[in-house]
Ligand binder design. Structure first.
Ligand SMILES: [Zn+2]
Ligand SMILES: [Zn+2]
Length: 178
């Protein structure tokens, strides 16, 4: 949905703060021999985010009402301040953490959710950058911009991955610039 300037940039302040606090709490409450395990779960969460990003974008934002209508606002005016309010995304992550906590243990629930949150922060940062920041030809950001520019082109829906093209390759939804 359309956001105010403060609402749009809130993710870039709230998520780093939350991640630092969560990381500090996890470090202080986890026994030293279990920290590697926690780190592994955290990294798995970041990786899992890239799949979630693809599935949410392709199947929810491009297909399901009312999310489709809200996402269409971004497609119509890509540089406008359109996004998901921070309170909503944080609430969803908190809900997920509680759900996981109920069925597993606090370490797994916290580690996985924190990994997903870092993945989300990376996603909103890359998505902001591809629309608002100039990139040197041949750089990683330049390629991400090209990939996402194709997503915004009319025609066969493609290139749903913003942070990586991996899942577009896996699910055969890639389109390259010709
Ligand atoms: Zn889209
Ligand atoms: Zn976009």
């Amino acid at each position: 949905m359309r956001l105010s300037k403060t609402g749009y940039y809130a993710d870039f302040v709230v998520y780093p703060l939350l991640l630092v606090v969560l990381g500090w709490v996890a470090f202080r409450t986890t026994a030293s021999n279990q920290r590697w395990e926690g780190l592994l779960v955290f990294v798995a969460g970041v990786f899992l985010w890239t799949l979630l990003e693809y599935l949410l974008h392709r199947h929810i934002l491009h297909r399901l009402k009312p999310f489709k209508g809200l996402h269409d606002l971004h497609h119509a005016r890509p540089t406008d301040l359109v996004g998901t309010p921070t309170w909503l995304s944080v609430s969803l992550f908190a809900g997920l953490a509680l759900l996981l906590w109920g069925s597993t243990d606090a370490g797994l629930a916290g580690g996985l959710t924190a990994g997903l949150m870092l993945g989300y922060l990376w996603y909103v940062s890359v998505h902001h950058a591809v629309h608002h920041i100039k990139a040197r030809s041949g750089s990683w950001l330049y390629r991400a911009k090209l990939r996402h520019a194709m997503h915004h082109q009319p025609g066969r829906p493609c290139n749903f991955g913003v942070t990586t093209g991996l899942w577009d390759v896996a699910f055969r939804s890639t389109r390259r610039i010709v």
